[in-house]
Every structure is written in C-alpha cells, then in structure tokens.
Design a protein around this ligand. Sequence first.
Ligand code: ZN
Length: 92
Amino acid sequence: MKPCSSSSGAKSRALPCYNRAMESPQFPSVSSHKHCPVCGQSIPPDAQFCSIECEQSMAARSRSQRRTTLILVGLLALIIILWLYFSLRGGG
Ligand SMILES: [Zn+2]
C-alpha cells in the first residue's frame, strides 16, 4: 500500500478546468439568397418561388405526392393486416 497523496498539508484544490466550449464551425453565409425549389433560379430570401407558375407547379406536385404517400401507407397497412391474419390463422 502506498500513500495516495504524498503532499501533506496541501489542500486539494480543483485544477482550473478550461472547458473548451464547443466551437461551432463557422458556417459560410449562404442565407443571403435561396433558390427556387422548382427550377433552381436564385430568388430573394423572402420569396418562396421565382414565379407564380413555379408555385402552382409545386402545389400540384405536393398534392399528387401526398396522394401517393397515402396510397403507399394504405397498401403497407393492408399487407401487415393480411400478414397478421394469415400468420394467426395458419400458425396452428
Ligand atoms: Zn422557379
């Protein structure tokens, strides 16, 4: 057994811990402008689309996309229900 602290009388003081703050990486300023999600043209930051046509085409696209998602989810649920039904029935 050897003594833990050889220094007698010295108060164990907490070492100054220099916590390195999580230095956030400096992001390049990309928020000065954005691009139209439909055609990719650069547009002002407060605008969403470059033109009304792009806005309408985006709206139509998202509408059809939502329908496709609903159909996919419905099919998946149907498959799961059928699988559960047959596995419970045929399991014996
Ligand atoms: Zn556009």
